[in-house]
Design a protein around this ligand. Structure first.
Ligand code: OOB
Length: 547
């Protein structure tokens, strides 16, 4: 038996839940029902394409049933959590819809996560199993699987898509005799777990219910024009909330459309797929959009099928945004969202200046958005304020984290996003910056605190402060200020030591600056927030750039 300190749940106060149902946001739809409906109505249509595989909806449904039976045959029981760390491959869909079908709950890790992160998710979720690939992009996940089993009590099975290397082969799963559940899960129960980018310390777990997640997916489909004729290219890692649900892969499946999985998001990999499969819509983070804009004029591949390019996860600068239509010949859609819930979109028929200069407006009339000054008072239109939000698909709590919940949610249930935004007429939001110390590196959110903690574990690091530095390509890059103890290590040495700590590679500081001391105030104390701000300002001044 697997046990967790606290069961996974996401609960809205009864009066809100009643209203969200009455207003038609929550319809009682569940993920197993979504796939079943498509198998019934669009069985012959192609659902997923990747590598040399092309699965119809009927085929996906069959494979999901086989996977479900396989998971149950291992002794997993409905309600158990399963960490899923897979790249963009068709098997992702068989695994995840198989888990849904068996009543199991996927916890999504990104392919770039390493033992430090994945073991944290597995432990925190009380996971009973994990599903990994054999290798992807030069990394072998199987030793990670072994280490995970050692570190996480209760994690009984490591299932591998591909060559199992001593673990359980996913390809060995076979249909029945296990009886699949004959009822669908409770729509208000947790369907899946996303992880937060983590602004303080380690990532938090974000439980999302069938009701709330599917509402956001249906609404995203309407706003983004996802229809049965759409072809969605999954270029960003599909475990992330953006390509998963805005409207992403689940939106495509909900619409009976096609998903084309791209193992990597670079133009060399993605452009031939767009041309071959006549892709109509995809989503990128800003640095990738810049790469695509650079590569498109020189490519021989026909990109003319592309109708919508979504860009989100980090701020897309207006000058770059303006180039999307002339260079790619498609409509740009800015997407400003968060795994915790709220997603803003520019609408496809918005005027060009709204599309290029704003990060969109909330997708739902049920989204409540407050912009508050530091005293908690509403700011006038056009003035920057701290974004707080509440609504039918925004969580009310992280899983099992009283401290983070106290910091991140107000007493009346608003999520404090940590984002500083300005609101224009019509409700359009313009991202101005962050109130909290994290680095948004090409859409990957890095907690300064978490990286500092890793650095402090080095025997020759006395203290460390990690800050974000504006970067032309990445948006932001990370810089670690380090006070050495004894002989100063070389930056390259410290970086390779960090890499060996089994952390996601994007968390290794881009730049390391050794300093003799950190400035302190007269009383000798300074908050880490002020310290980081001071160090950052000094560096930018030295480099002659604006903070
Ligand atoms: C998406 O989700 P997360 O959870 O990785 O990160 C959320 C944070 C936001 O609070 C904001 O700080 C930043 O990422 N962000 C943006 C942005 N989109 C997200 N900052 C500026 N401009 C944008 N367009 O990143 C996410 C989830 C669903 C859809 C899209 C993005």
């Amino acid at each position: 038996m697997t046990t967790t300190a606290s069961p996974l749940a996401q609960v809205w106060p009864a009066d809100f839940a009643r209203r969200y149902r009455e207003d038609g946001y929550w319809t009682g739809e569940t993920f197993p029902a979504v796939l079943r409906a498509m198998v019934e109505t669009r069985g012959e249509a192609i659902a997923v394409i990747g590598g040399d595989q092309r699965w119809s909806y009927a085929e996906l449904g069959r494979r999901a049933d086989v996977a479900a039976a396989g998971f149950l045959a291992l002794g997993l029981a409905p309600g158990d959590r399963v960490v899923v760390q897979l790249p963009n491959i068709p098997e992702f869909f068989a695994v995840v819809f198989g888990l849904f079908r068996a009543g199991l709950i996927p916890v999504f890790a990104l392919p770039d996560h390493r033992l430090a992160e994945v073991s944290h998710f597995a432990r925190k979720a009380g996971a009973a199993a994990c599903v990994i690939a054999d290798t992807h992009n030069g990394f072998d996940y199987r030793p990670l699987g072994h280490a995970l089993q050692q570190e996480v009590p209760g994690l009984r099975h490591v299932i591998v898509v591909g060559d199992p290397g001593g673990h359980v082969p996913f390809s060995g799963f076979a249909a029945g005799p296990e009886r699949l559940p004959d009822t669908d899960p409770d729509p208000s129960s947790v369907a899946l777990v996303q992880v937060s980018g983590g602004s303080t310390g380690l990532s938090k777990l974000i439980p999302r219910t069938h009701d709330d997640y599917l509402y956001s997916i249906r609404t995203s489909n309407e706003i983004c024009g996802m229809t049965p004729e759409s072809v969605y290219l999954a270029a960003l890692p599909v475990a992330h909330n953006f390509p998963m649900s805005s409207p992403g892969i689940f939106g495509a499946i909900r619409a009976g459309a096609r998903v084309v999985t791209s193992p990597l998001p670079n133009p060399e990999t993605a452009f031939p797929l767009i041309a071959r499969e006549r892709v109509t819509i995809t989503g990128l983070v800003p640095p990738l959009a810049l790469l695509w804009l650079q590569a498109a004029p020189r490519t021989d591949h026909d990109l003319s099928s592309l109708e919508v390019l979504q860009v989100g996860g980090a701020k897309f600068m207006p000058e770059a945004a303006k180039r999307v239509r002339p260079v790619l010949g498609c409509t740009l859609q800015q997407v400003f969202g968060m795994a915790e819930g709220l997603v803003n979109y520019t609408r496809l028929d918005d005027p060009e200046d709204i599309i290029t200069e704003t990060q969109g407006r909330p997708m739902s009339p049920g989204d409540e958005v407050l912009l508050l000054d530091d005293q908690g008072q509403p700011v006038p239109e056009g003035v920057s304020g701290n974004l707080h939000t509440r609504g039918p698909y925004t969580i009310r709590a992280y899983h099992d984290d009283a401290g983070a919940n106290a910091r991140s949610f107000t007493d009346d249930g608003f999520y404090r996003t940590g984002d500083v935004v300005r609101r224009l007429p019509g409700g359009y939001l313009v991202m101005q910056g962050r109130a909290t110390d994290h680095i948004n590196r090409a859409g990957e959110k890095i907690s300064a605190e978490e990286v500092e903690d890793h650095l402090l574990a080095h025997p020759r690091v006395f203290d460390a402060a990690v800050v974000s530095i504006p970067d032309k390509f990445l948006g932001e890059r990370s810089c670690a200020f380090v006070i050495a103890e004894g002989e100063t290590p070389k930056p390259a040495e410290l970086k390779s030591w960090m890499r060996e700590r089994d952390i996601a590679p994007f968390k290794v500081p881009d730049q390391i600056v050794f300093v003799d001391s950190f400035a302190t105030t007269a009383v000798g104390k300074i908050s880490r927030k002020e310290l980081r701000a001071g160090l950052r300002a000094n560096l930018l001044e030295q480099e002659g750039s604006k903070p």
